[in-house]
Structures are given as C-alpha cells and as structure tokens.
Design a protein around this ligand. Structure first.
Ligand code: MRU
Length: 368
C-alpha cells in the first residue's frame, strides 16, 4: 500500500515569493494557512508555535534565510550583511531545536559561496530558494526512510506511547515518531497509540491525535499524569518520541536527547517497566558541536501554564510558575535512535559518530 499524507506544513510560493505555512496553533479547530514575506512575522510565527517541530523549523530556517536574501537589494555587500545579521536573528527565534540554526546556516553558506564565486545577485537568490526547496525534499525523503527503518520495531498488539507531536506537522512527510507507525499500519500491523496531552500547549492531544485519527490509526489521548499508571495497566510496549537535538561526540554525553518536556519522565517509566524507549529523528537533528553545558532549554511564557488554552486562569494571582519547554534524556535510557540512515544503538559515542561519518562520505560521493 502506497503511503503519503495530504498535509503540507510549509512551502515557498513561487508566484508570490513568500512562505506559506499551516498554522499549528489553530489545529484541531481550524485549518488555516498563513503567509508572509516579512521576517518579523516569520519569527513571530515560530515563537508562537504556528510553525513548530524540529525538522519543520529547519525548513523554516532555510526558507526564511532565502526570503531574507530575496528581499535584499541587488548589491552583494547588502546581501551578505542582511543574510548574516537577520539570519542570526532568525536562528535564535527558538533555541533548543538544532534544526533551525542548521537550516539558516545551510542557506547562509550557499549565499557566501555564490558571492565568492562571482555569481550575480539574481543567481544567488535563485540558488538560495532552490537549496531551501531541496532541504525540504531531503527532509521528506528522510521521514520515509525513518518509517521504513523504524517499522521493523512495531509488532501486532503493540501499545505505543508518544509525547508532543513529531508528525507531519512537525517534520513534513510521514513525520518522525509517526513515520514507523504509518508504515507499520500500511502493512496491516495492528497496534494502538496513547498520546499524552503534552501540557501546557497540548501538542499531543491537538496535533498527534488529529494526524493519527485522520490516518485511521488507533489513538487514545491521556493526560500527562496518567502515563505511568496506563503504561503499566495497558501493558505498553514502547515509547516513541522525536527529538529537538541529539548530542553526538566521542564522550558519554553522546546520545543525549533533548525533546519536549515529559520525554525524560516517559523514559524513566519505560526503563522501570522494561519497555523500549525509541527516538526517531533525521540526521539533521544530530548535533556534533554542543555539550550538555552549552545547550539552552527554552523557558516559555509563564502564562502558558497559568492560563488554560480557553482563557481560564488556573493559578492563584501572584503565584509563580515555571515553564521549561524541553527536557534532557540521558543516553542510558534510550533503547535506539532511528534515523534515515539506520538505527543507532548503545554505545552512542561509537554508533552516532559512525552514522555521521557515513553521511559525510555519502554527501561527498554525491557531489563527485
Ligand atoms: O515546542 P514544540 O511543539 O516545537 O516541540 C516539538 C517537539 O518537542 C517535538 O517532539 C520535536 O520537535 C521532535 S519531532 C519534530
């Protein structure tokens, strides 16, 4: 059975020369597409989670940087200045997902190379847009490959637990944690998914449930604090999550996963109940540069916690709240990391650097 999804989370409109995206903050109530040519509007969309999820942030970073170039006057010094300054503003819109700054950097580099090699400004702008489209295509292909690799780990009767949304809305294509589910379902494997609310913004209840239900995959929503109880009672078999950043190096930190707040807790429950903890992510989410000390966990507006989505205030006036958007799961709790290039297992200080160096030699072969 051919699998695909009808959701197009982000794209470049060639006619209007602007970015168009499906507003994640309005799902499941409305399917609204917004668009802009304006960088500050794009940054606002990223900060307010209209555009969200690590791989889509990579695409937004690439399209956004191409848009900055496209809006610049036809002067090479202006082009370089804008892409550098405004690109770094864009890259900082959300700090934890490594893909955003990765996407910005890819397009910045192609523009710098274009200037150095004497291309005209028009040619450089076209090249920047073409690269952003290529990044999107590669991302989409990666989700299909993650799906193929990960589906082998899903079996009849499985009960899978997930957090937040690592589906098409967040990753394009088949999603990351949802890709193996979609491929397994297309092969007739019968399983069900428990998706946690993912307070305070409910990406699990609003977005993952919406996507899986649309695809006729059996899904039930649970609140975050039901996870331990229901994972034991329902005999869950595995936790499947995406990732915003995975550290890769030769130390014990390699394989450390940054993902939506709640992931670490699920990994501890999985360990205690002897279940698998699978993390699905494209290799663009692997970060060979940062360390635990240098990664910034985004702290979001306290009102997301004190005021419910409908506007009801649930925290007494004057009482403080804390709102970290992500957490860090140590590699010892991660059973496997499923990428488009294959499945990495412990020890991650060997398996992940090997995966990355295979990727580098594949890219070299492609350009030879
Ligand atoms: O705050 P969000 O909704 O951008 O958080 C997204 C997640 O944590 C996802 O699980 C993650 O980006 C990995 S998959 C896209």
């Amino acid at each position: 059975m051919e699998i695909s999804t009808s959701i197009i989370p982000i794209r470049w409109d060639d006619l209007k020369q602007e970015i168009v995206w499906l507003d994640n903050s309005q799902i499941p109530w409305r399917e609204v597409y917004n668009s802009t040519k304006d960088l500050s509007r794009l940054i606002k969309a990223i900060k307010s989670l209209e555009i969200r999820g690590a791989p889509i942030l990579g695409e937004a970073g690439a399209y956004g940087t191409a848009m900055i170039a496209n809006n610049s006057p036809n002067s090479k010094s202006e082009l370089i200045k804008n892409v550098k300054l405004l690109g770094s503003e864009l890259a900082q819109a959300r700090p934890t997902a490594v893909n955003l700054s990765w996407g910005v950097r890819q397009v910045q580099e192609v523009i710098e190379k274009g200037v150095a090699s004497g291309m005209s400004c028009e040619e450089i702008k076209e090249k920047a847009i073409a690269l952003a489209k290529d990044i999107q295509k590669t991302n989409i292909q990666a989700t299909y490959d993650i799906g193929k690799n990960g589906a082998k780990l899903i079996h009849d009767g499985d009960v899978l637990v997930t957090v937040c949304n690592a589906g098409t809305l967040a990753c394009d294509g088949l999603g990351t944690s949802t890709a193996p589910m979609r491929v397994a379902a297309s092969k007739g494997i019968e399983f069900k998914v428990l998706t946690t609310y993912t307070a305070p913004l409910y990406q699990g209840a609003r977005l993952t449930a919406w996507e899986l239900h649309k695809d006729n995959i059996s899904v039930q929503v649970i609140t975050d604090n039901m996870a331990a109880h229901l994972m034991r009672e329902e005999k869950a078999t595995a936790v499947w999550t995406g990732a915003d950043r995975i550290l890769v190096n030769k130390t014990k930190e390699s394989g450390t996963v940054y993902n939506k707040i709640g992931t670490f807790g699920l990994s501890l429950i999985a360990k205690e109940l002897k279940m698998k903890m699978y993390v699905a992510a494209p290799t663009s989410t692997l970060d060979p540069i940062s360390t635990i000390k240098s990664v910034k966990i985004e702290q979001r507006n306290p009102e997301e916690v004190s005021v419910l989505l409908g506007g009801t205030k649930v925290v007494p006036e004057g009482v403080d709240v804390i709102n970290p958007a992500f957490d860090m799961t140590p590699p010892k709790y991660v059973s496997a990391i499923i990428t488009e290039l294959g499945i990495a297992k412990m020890p991650y200080n060997i398996s992940l650097p090997t995966l990355l160096s295979n990727k580098k030699s594949m890219i070299k072969l492609k350009s030879e």
